[in-house]
Design a protein around this ligand. Structure first.
Ligand code: 4AD
Ligand code: MG
Length: 461
């Protein structure tokens, strides 16, 4: 009756005592009438041994993988020479099946593994997440989110929760998901940035962890239709300060994860070669990056005036050198980060490649290209993980920017007002949580870094 009900992660404190544990059958093996069962309860794995008494009421056949069970018994330190998670095993004297699972004939237990077809894995995601790898990625994700929050709170940023239903675009109309809001057109948010900006005079520096939605018609390993967006906005700072902050949030978050034995263990399991990046990060202007690409022979597909790729005589896509004014596309960006091999900031992008709200770097009269105080943080294997910029703080400049982009200023009145009621220099950034996690956990796609990933099905591309 005094048997303590415990989670697997608490058991080290309960050695030599009789305990009750609840969970799912993670692994099962029987040998000479003894059943070895690994129990999983989300907090950890527990080696258990079932023999003698148990086989009178049930036999090994009634126990199947993924069944939920209750086990009671005494916790014993494993003998010298044997290993078990936590260094102990449960000698079971009572057990009960709570909910049986179909066992070996079933699709999940039989067919599904990490090499299964991605579409099967996607359909069975609710079962895939029970696996050791998928659950470790999700567990690391939770640690990552709290480490981000710890950093931001430590640096005096306050967390806010902006709305998802919006009437203003932030990152261009092309990737908006639209919906009917009581008969009015509205969208799912692409970024909470504009709302964060309005919080500065009220709450000071702020951040949010919010879902962002992008109708991206590209089936790549780093695009989701819904992703978790960590965004922060800071007042009274310079562009240098902003890049320093982005570098600090990246590095200090990683340091915190590596200092905690649980998260460090998850990183070690998923990405054994992982090392904290060295500071300071390399900073390269867009202008220098174009020269770097040319120097390294990294070309882009040639396009006609309508943006269609041009083929050469042999029917292959014609490749040409990058020139100033070109967007640095995903493929080129990836090759670049692979060669550089460490995180790198690209900064000062041309205004015409970037969003309307970005602060411009003063240019000489008649200059061909106007640059902005903008930066992208690129990371090996992933590419862009953070996008940030200083914002236009002058009201006239903002009105001109709406006009140039063909944006109707009316629904943005509150964003414009920000520049009329005590404006200030300010800037911020957005960090893709799944991309950051793909880097930390060495995942091939961001789809593995989301609980239930939403992305454009191949048949829609
Ligand atoms: O570069 P983006 O579009 O910047 C913004 O939205 C700014 N308004 C953020 C800000 O300054 N507050 O997006 C920021 C980051 C990218 O660097 C990328 O990591 C991630 O969000 N991201 C995506 N992640 C997964 N799937 C997508 N479709 C993504 N689009 C952007
Ligand atoms: Mg970006």
């Amino acid at each position: 009756p005094s048997t303590k009900k415990a989670k697997i992660s608490q058991l080290s404190e309960l050695r030599s005592q009789r305990v009750r544990v609840f969970g799912w059958v993670h692994r099962l093996r029987s040998q000479k009438g003894i059943i070895f069962l690994v129990l999983r309860d989300g907090t950890g794995y527990l080696q258990t041994v079932l023999s003698g008494v148990v086989s009178q009421t049930y036999d090994a056949l009634t126990l199947t993988l993924e069944s939920s069970v209750e086990l009671a018994g005494t916790l014993q330190v494993v003998p010298e020479g044997k290993t078990a998670p936590g260094g102990h095993e449960l000698i079971v004297d009572y057990w009960k099946v709570v909910g049986a699972a179909p066992g070996a004939d079933d699709a999940f237990t039989n067919r599904l593994n990490e090499k299964s077809d991605p579409s099967i894995q996607a359909d069975l995601r609710h079962l895939v997440i029970r696996g050791e790898t998928a659950s470790s990625v999700l567990r690391l994700r939770a640690h990552l989110l709290s480490a981000f929050r710890d950093f931001l709170v430590r640096h005096h940023l306050l967390e806010v929760t902006p709305p998802c239903l919006v009437q203003t675009q932030v990152e261009g109309g092309a990737t908006l998901f639209s919906l009917n809001y009581y008969g009015q057109p509205a969208y799912l948010t692409q970024s909470s940035q504009l709302y964060l900006e309005t919080c500065l005079p009220s709450l000071g520096d702020v951040f949010c962890v919010q879902e962002s939605f992008r109708a991206e018609n590209s089936h790549t390993r780093r695009h989701l239709s819904e992703y978790t967006h960590l965004e922060a906005e800071l007042a009274f700072l310079s562009f240098e300060d902003l890049m320093d902050h982005i570098e600090a949030v990246t590095c200090e978050t990683v340091d915190q994860l590596l200092a905690n034995p649980v998260s460090a263990g998850l990183i070690q399991q998923l990405n054994p070669g992982f090392k904290a990046p060295e500071r300071p990060f390399k900073r390269m202007s867009y202008f220098d990056a174009i020269a770097w690409l040319v120097e390294h022979g990294i070309k882009r597909a040639a396009e006609d005036a309508e943006g269609n790729v041009i083929l050469d005589e042999s029917g292959q896509v014609k490749m040409v050198d990058h020139i100033v004014g070109d967007d640095i596309a995903e493929a080129a960006e990836r090759q670049m980060t692979d060669i550089i091999g460490t995180p790198v900031f690209l900064h000062s992008f041309p205004a015409e490649l970037k969003a309307f709200y970005m602060k411009k770097i003063p240019a000489e009269e008649g200059a061909k290209t106007v640059y902005t105080e903008s930066c992208d943080l690129l990371i090996p294997n992933v590419g862009e993980v953070v996008g940030g910029s200083m914002r236009i703080s002058d009201v006239e400049e903002l009105l001109a920017a709406y006009k140039r982009e063909g944006i109707d200023p009316a629904p943005y009145y509150w964003f414009t007002d920000q520049r009329k009621y005590g404006t200030c220099e300010h800037g911020g950034y957005g960090l893709g949580v799944e991309r950051f996690l793909a880097w930390l956990a060495n995942r091939f796609t961001v789809r593995e870094c989301s609980l239930y990933p939403r992305f454009v099905p191949l048949s829609f591309v």
